[in-house]
Design a binder for this molecule. Sequence first.
Ligand code: 4AD
Ligand code: MG
Length: 462
Amino acid sequence: MKNIDILAILTDGKTFEGKSVNVAGWVRTARDSKTMAFLNVNDGTSLRHLQIVIDKTKFAEADIAPVMKNGASVSVDGTVVKAMKEGEYELNAEKIELLGDCPADYPLQKKYHSMEFLRTIPQLRVRTNTFNAMLRVRSKLSFAIHRFFQENGFCYIHTPIITGSDCEGAGEIFRVTTNGYADAKTVKDEAEYIAGDFFKRKAGLTVSGQLEGEVAAMAMGKIYTFGPTFRAENSNTPRHAAEFWQVEPEVAFAKLPDIIEIAQSMIKYIINAVIEECPEELAFFEKAFEAGLREKLQNVVDSDFKVLDYGEAIKILEESGEKFQYPVGWGLDLQSEHERYITEKVFNKPVFVTNYPKKIKSFYMKQNDDGLTVAATDLLVPGVGEIIGCSEREADFEKLKAAMLERNMNLDDYVGYMDLRKYGSVPHSGFGLGLERIMMYVTGISNIRDVQLYARTAGDLM
Ligand code: 4AD
Ligand code: MG
């Protein structure tokens, strides 16, 4: 490999000026005139392309024609020179090699393709500007997440992907089994079916690393997980994926206000990182997806989030005079339309809604003294809705057990989790940030299918 990154020439052209270099990439556009030909080549290191200038008098026509095709891969030796536009550089070709031909049925011939069409070609949509920018932002965002936690003394923990428990208790678990169709037909009941399975008990893909994250936090103090989670959620919405990445810190000795503080600092830190490290990508998203995107993100970094009690949120919704599709009332869950009203119409910034009724939340959340609510909060943001689910955990053995029994949970599946309340229990809190949800917020891309390399939603497995 002798090629240098196109990004290096684009950002540091002065050092390369007059020098001979090799670049390799895919032709994004090709333009021809009588004496000159131009290729815009992208190698993935930048959202911008490098212009290759071909003096046709120096090449045989047979060498030029095959590279003048969108999608073809090329290797070019040439001299870096100043472009017409002040401060920009291009490459005067000296030798051009076609690495891979790209026939005329290559689907990306137009400047604009609908996101729906692009979903049908995940293997090629990565070669559009949108996916180039999205994947780079996702990479920078992910690394910033690690940096934030590493700089603050958190230990990175890899929690299991295969589990025997259901953290969110919603039963949205993908089963993991080595049993097949034939096994199901020959057994007399479910018990026998499971006894003959790989783990000899029900297993599934994790919906959240939290329960095991709590185990780690009860020894390591401050931990975070960052990995794939899975939900067999059959809701066909633009915000739900069957496979998505979650960042889940868990902090010993932290109470709800402490974890809210951590969540806010983390969101500000990672958004600021994207503002600093991806200015071209954000400018692109602002133009193509969301007007005012950069100002919105800067405001998030510069001002504090709203903290709003669930009860007050209900009051605001009841007094809003809005006609909502779903009913509003104390004890009912907030639907997406309610979340968006609060965060978009009322506050126009991120809002932590706190102290939800315990009946609509998970078993592990700390029960407040009022006997009705739990010390939980969701972070809602304009345009997307919930991006974080957060709570202080119930640290009292008996209260936790009662909450599990109320939900008809099988205590045998949670013996290890309950042990944490038996041996040296401490107050602790944590949250889960959906990586795809924050990606939607940061890029303005409105469908979760377009912030993943491969969309993973019901009925869709490309
Ligand atoms: O609110 P959730 O269900 O909370 C938990 O899983 C907790 N165990 C987290 C914790 O405290 N450690 O999910 C957390 C976040 C949501 O706020 C959302 O951003 C994202 O995960 N999320 C999804 N993202 C995409 N598709 C789905 N189907 C999602 N379900 C949740
Ligand atoms: Mg939630």
